[in-house]
Design a binder for this molecule. Structure first.
Ligand code: MOS
Length: 705
């Protein structure tokens, strides 16, 4: 099945609300009697607060109070195990006088207006005792990274050293990626509203409504029923809005103390230090191959850093055992603690930087051998996840390569670097593979059939801009036999059944099967075959509604199959070598994601991810001031990322059949896979254009001259 997706797919259900400004984001909820908090943050990266003087701030116009570690509001330690609760930084805000990174929250000024709080925050006087911060990986101590989600970071199969010693062709290369910021369009924001000292409503940009409900309830010693989380819309998250950050916890704690609804919005500058980032990485890939290109050994080692207040390893080597077969495999990750805010999940955590290294190395090997890079990949394709020993379900990686090559015209590619030119510029063609696991959680969905002839679908699972509203509506419409206009979807409220997390690209695979079950259940409740029949019986009986909840969860399929999505990117770049000016001029992406729920929004996910990947490849980099440790990028102008002029037309196709081993809808999800493989495709195209291998992101003009 080759589903070329131009002009098909239904429009976004929430599109009109978004473009007309009626979609309500966290900071926009109108709460009477609202007061405003502004964070005070540390201007050193390592040390202690010697003194903190809040007198001037307290006397400033409109100021209600100032919180510091000396009068910190009460917060309980949560379980923080990802099951019961999860916070991004294990250290609670204002816990003590210690400073672990620049920008760490050291106070909260609360005032009648935002401007008053912000002005007064600058009147807080702080004296520090400082210690030299560790800001440079060269000065940091790297140790074996701890296991993640119960899986060891270290893995060995066969004898890699032996395979390398005996290999006919060898590649050894070290690649570096930069610290990147999530930079979502909607800033991090929260309104905490206590109805009474034991009942909290939180309006916060969160990717995980049900998780936040549990977490805030633990933080304040409440039962989850006493906490309501409301997040109908998110303006992007990319992994930075999955759990509460210290500012959210502090806002809710301060609001409880004051018994007034309180809003805290981070400035763009505060977001660079306080709401996560993707750790810079340094990775070494070694490949041992026969002269025909078959891999005998792969070694992938990676270094990343974490903060002193939590542990997060950028899991770069997760993709290696999934991507290619080799009898000898060695994976290792090291982690160092630096005086920088806590890094976290960012769109395809691990897969993204990991594939930059692996797919660059594969390209280096292809040139070394004089083999076409597609042929090299096909030769080493694996039918199973070699680490788990399970076969992949519904894998169509080879078809992604074939279809992509055909659409791009890859066979026309000149076999030598520097052999394509146009208008005095060097032209290069590159390709790379994509992959991302198929993940799925448990979800419940409520459907109500109403006497007015509409269906109402409710779940706490939400839409961070991906298109969840739209596919939930179309699935319900199909399941009930209604036009999609007759289906109303409400998402992102913890009063609704638990709809899992918008993370790990799992929302579609999680929610859609539950919507399908809920459709069956509500028709059963109505004793009707179709929604129309149910509506007729409502009118006759004068009842208001039929209502049912459907649930769906993974079962034993994960012990038989490995679920993974696949893809390939093909691109063309043009380069004015004299000034290092690079333009991405052509892009073809082919993805294998199981069933495509909505060709339009799925292609938009891939396009957005490719754009984000182009930013990573060419522009995005968060530098830290080597003395004070604060990020020297501080807004959406100083953190460079692509604008329209930087982006070519991105042609997206999907291949393969529904993955029915995975779930009854056959969907694997499509949030993150699109960014994987983008940076290496560009780096590989640059090699083709110039003969120059650039092993460090971002590939800025200075590296191209
Ligand atoms: Mo994604 S990094 O799991 O939000």
């Amino acid at each position: 099945m080759n589903n070329t997706i131009i002009g098909t797919g239904i429009n976004r259900k929430d599109g009109q609300a978004k473009v007309t400004g009626t979609a309500t984001y966290a900071a926009e909820h109108q709460i009477p009697n609202l007061i405003h908090g502004y964070l005070v943050t540390a201007s050193i990266a390592n040390g202690k607060i010697k003194s903190i003087n809040t007198q001037a701030a307290e006397k400033a116009p409109g100021v209600i109070t100032v919180f510091t570690h000396k009068n910190a509001p009460k917060i309980f330690k949560p379980t923080n195990n990802f099951v019961n609760s999860k916070i991004y930084e294990a250290r609670l805000p204002l816990a003590d006088d210690t400073i672990h990174y620049a920008g760490q929250i050291i106070g909260l000024v609360v005032a009648d207006t935002f401007e008053q709080a912000r002005d007064a925050a600058h009147l807080v006087q702080v004296e520090y005792t400082t210690q030299k911060p560790i800001l440079d990986p060269k000065q940091a101590t790297f140790k074996n990274a701890p296991s993640m989600f119960g899986e060891e970071m270290k893995f060995e199969k066969g004898d890699f050293a032996d395979s390398m010693a005996g290999a006919a062709v060898k590649i050894t290369a070290t690649y570096k990626t930069a610290t990147e910021l999530h930079a979502p369009m909607e800033p991090h924001a929260i309104i905490a509203h206590w109805q009474n000292p034991d009942s909290l409503t939180v309006y916060e940009a969160t990717q995980w409504v049900a998780g936040s409900q549990n977490t805030y309830s633990e933080l304040f010693g409440l039962t989850p029923e006493r906490v309501r989380i409301v997040t109908p819309f998110l303006g992007g998250g990319f992994g930075s809005k999955a759990f509460p950050w210290p500012h959210g916890i502090l806002c809710a704690a301060a609001a409880r103390k004051l018994q007034r609804p309180l809003k805290v919005v981070l400035s763009r500058r505060q977001m660079t230090a306080n709401s996560g980032h993707r750790s810079a990485t340094e990775q070494t890939v070694r490949l041992a191959a026969n002269t025909d290109g078959s891999l005998q050994g792969i070694e992938h080692t990676a270094k990343s850093y974490t903060s002193p207040v939590d542990v997060f390893t950028e899991p770069c080597t997760n993709i290696t055992a999934v991507m290619y077969a080799a009898p000898n495999l060695r994976l290792q990750q090291e982690l160092a603690v630096m005086n920088i805010g806590t890094p976290t999940f960012m769109r395809a955590p691990g897969e993204n930087p990991g594939l930059y290294a692996l797919e660059s190395a594969m390209d280096e090997l292809a040139w070394e051998l004089g083999i076409d890079p597609i042929e090299l990949r096909l030769k080493n394709e694996t039918k199973e996840n070699t680490r788990r020993g399970l076969p992949f379900s519904a894998k169509h990686f080879a078809e992604c390569l074939r279809v992509g090559a055909e659409q791009f015209g890859w066979q026309e590619r000149p076999k030598k670097p520097r052999s394509l030119t146009r208008d005095g510029k060097l032209i290069g063609w590159g390709m790379a593979s994509c992959t991302f696991p198929g993940l799925r959680g448990a979800a419940s969905v409520k459907i109500r059939l109403l006497a007015d002839g509409t269906a109402h679908v409710l779940t706490s699972g939400n839409d961070m801009g991906t298109g969840a509203y739209t596919i939930v509506a179309s699935t319900a419409a199909a399941g009930l036999g209604l036009p999609v206009e007759k289906v109303r979807v409400e998402l992102g409220d913890s009063l609704f059944p638990n709809g899992s997390m918008a993370g790990g690209s799992q929302m579609t695979a999680t929610l859609i099967p539950a919507v399908m079950v809920a459709c069956e259940e509500v028709l059963k409740t109505a004793q009707a075959k179709t929604a129309e029949e149910a509506f007729a019986s409502l009118r006759q009986s004068q009842r208001a509604a039929f209502e049912a909840t459907g649930s769906s969860a993974p079962s034993q399929e994960g012990s038989k199959w490995a679920f993974q999505s696949w893809g390939a990117h093909f691109c063309e770049i043009s380069l004015d070598e004299e000034i290092g000016r690079l333009q991405v001029t052509r892009w073809v992406s082919v993805m294998n994601i199981g069933k495509v729920m909505n060709a339009k929004t799925a292609a938009s996910q891939i396009r957005g991810a490719v754009i984000m990947g182009i930013g990573q490849a060419l522009m995005e980099e968060c530098h830290f001031d080597p003395n004070i440790g604060y990020p020297v990028v501080y807004d959406l102008a100083t953190y460079h990322y692509p604008t329209h002029a930087d982006i070519p037309r991105i042609q997206v196709s999907f291949v393969g059949e529904p993955d029915l081993n995975f779930n009854p809808a056959g969907v694997r999800g499509v949030g993150e896979i699109g960014i994987t493989g983008v940076a290496p495709a560009i780096a590989n195209a640059i090699y083709h254009a110039t003969g120059k291998r650039i092993r460090e992101l971002p590939i800025t003009p200075d590296k191209l001259i």
